[in-house]
Design a protein around this ligand. Structure first.
Ligand SMILES: [Zn+2]
Ligand SMILES: [Zn+2]
Length: 242
C-alpha cells in the first residue's frame, strides 16, 4: 500500500470516529465542509451592485459598475478591494472568535471565505507575484498571539502557490479604528505602515490580504506605501466587509 493510500485510509477511519461537524451548530457535515447547509444559508455573499473600488454594497437597482461617495472623495491607491461576505451574523461571530477568542482553527473557514473573494471578476484570472498580509503592530501581535491576516495569507498561499511575505510593518500603535469616522481613520493611519528593511516590491503585482474590510482606509494606506515603493498593482482580498 502506498503512503498516500495509507494516509487516505487513516483519514477515512478518523472521519468515521470523529465525523466533521458544523462549526456553528455541530450538525454532521461532509468531510470538506465547515458549515452545514442551514448555517451556510445564513451567510451573505456580497453580490452586485457594489462599488467597483471598495466593494461597498449598494441597496438599490443599479446594474452598472459605480464608485461610491466614499471612494469618489479620496485618493484610492489600491486597484480594487474585494470582500466576499457581509460581516454580519455568523460571519461576524466566526471572525470575532478567530481573532479575539484565540480560536485559531477557525482560520480554515475564514480562509475559505477569503478564497471566495478571488472568484470576483476584478481578481479572477489575474496574476500576482506576491501575497502580503496587512501587518499588526508588534505590541498588538503580542497581545493577540498572532496576526490573523498572516494566518489567512499563509493558508491562501499554499492553495494558490504564490508566496506570502510579510513585507510591510506597522510602526504606529494606533488606537482602535472602530469609533472613528473616515477622515479620522485616515489621519489615524497616516505613516502607520512602512516597507520592511531590505525588501523590494518594485515591479511586483501585489495581492494584499486582510480579514475584514471596513472603510478600506487600512488597505488604502498599505497600497499607498506599496505603490510608492514601485509596486505595479495592488489588489486586496478580504473575507468580509463590515
Ligand atoms: Zn450548522
Ligand atoms: Zn467605494
Amino acid at each position: 500500500m502506498s503512503t498516500l493510500a495509507k494516509f487516505s485510509g487513516l483519514r477515512a477511519i478518523a472521519s468515521l470516529l470523529y465525523p466533521p461537524v458544523c462549526t456553528i451548530c455541530a450538525a454532521i457535515v461532509g468531510s470538506d465542509d465547515y458549515l452545514c447547509e442551514e448555517c451556510k444559508a445564513k451567510t451573505t455573499r456580497i453580490i452586485p451592485p457594489f462599488c467597483g473600488k471598495c466593494s461597498e454594497p449598494f441597496e438599490g437597482a443599479i446594474t452598472d459598475t459605480f464608485i461610491c461617495a466614499n471612494c469618489a472623495h479620496r485618493t484610492i491607491h489600491f486597484d480594487a478591494a474585494v470582500a466576499a461576505y457581509r460581516s454580519r451574523g455568523i460571519v461576524r461571530q466566526i471572525i470575532h472568535d478567530f481573532k479575539y477568542g484565540r480560536q485559531i482553527h477557525l482560520r480554515h473557514l475564514v480562509t475559505r471565505w477569503l478564497t471566495a473573494a478571488l472568484d470576483d471578476p476584478r481578481l479572477r484570472g489575474r496574476r500576482f507575484d506576491v501575497i502580503i498580509p496587512v501587518p499588526l503592530h508588534p505590541a498588538r501581535k503580542r497581545e493577540r498571539g498572532f496576526n490573523q491576516a498572516s494566518l489567512l495569507a499563509e493558508l491562501l498561499s499554499a492553495q494558490i502557490s504564490i508566496q506570502s511575505k510579510p513585507l510591510l510593518e506597522r510602526i504606529r500603535y494606533t488606537t482602535t479604528q472602530t469609533a472613528l469616522d473616515r477622515t479620522e481613520r485616515m489621519e489615524n493611519l497616516h505613516n502607520a505602515f512602512r516597507l520592511r528593511k531590505n525588501t523590494n516590491v518594485r515591479d511586483l503585482r501585489v495581492l494584499l490580504i486582510d480579514d475584514v474590510l471596513t472603510t478600506g482606509s487600512t488597505l488604502n494606506e498599505c497600497a499607498r506605501i506599496l505603490k510608492g515603493a514601485g509596486a505595479i498593482s495592488v489588489h486586496a482580498a478580504t473575507a468580509a466587509r463590515a
